[in-house]
Design a binder for this molecule. Sequence first.
Ligand code: ZN
Ligand code: ZN
Length: 247
Amino acid sequence: MVAEQPRIKADLHVHTISSGHGYSTVREICSQASERGLEMIAVADHGPAMPGGPHLYHFTNMVVMPRVLFGVKILRSAECNIIDTEGNLDIPDRALDALDLVQAGIHPRCGYSGDSTLENTRAVLGAIESGKVDILVHPGNPLYPLDYGTVVRSAASNGVLIEINNASLTVVRKGSADNCRAIAREVKAAEARLSVGSDAHDASLVGVFDQALELIDDIGVPDERIVNRDAVSVLQFLHSRGKDIRF
Ligand SMILES: [Zn+2]
Ligand SMILES: [Zn+2]
């Protein structure tokens, strides 16, 4: 049974058991995604600096995964860790080259040691300007305050998406909501583009974006700025990043 068409048809931020603290397989996730009417997911497990995270082979071997399961297109992605104030990532370029979509953010216990808004902003700008990162994930994390205006304007001018992360507004990263609202206001002003992510660590949460969409609607960012609204839009975005993905 296929559900009625959801407003957001691609979930680009989904974790599997390979993250070490995720609880579902690619098949379980795609089956749930199909029931919810999603067209596409991105398997975006944590980079190797995450305790319990996958080895680099996980990312270079993603070519063996089917391109489509239960009618859902699968993108090969990673949620890289920003590991220093230069914005370096925990996945080397040769492994990033095997991916369709590169996402990055700062996480605790993954080697990053910056401890001020200035250092965090420098780290994130380094990642954005490197040209390697397509989506900056959960920038509203109160553990790592940023100069949101500067970050969002840099993302807009470098063609990088800013994520509004549904899990940050529900189960993790408590205290993110006001920061996410400030970020959404900067996105609106800078005409930047968004990705809305479930950050699902269990199949039951794939395609769940309610809180993120409520926030986006409150601020008044139009849907055409949400790149993952459907698979065609995501593929156009990836094409603009120099990646031609065929299904
Ligand atoms: Zn994360
Ligand atoms: Zn995540």
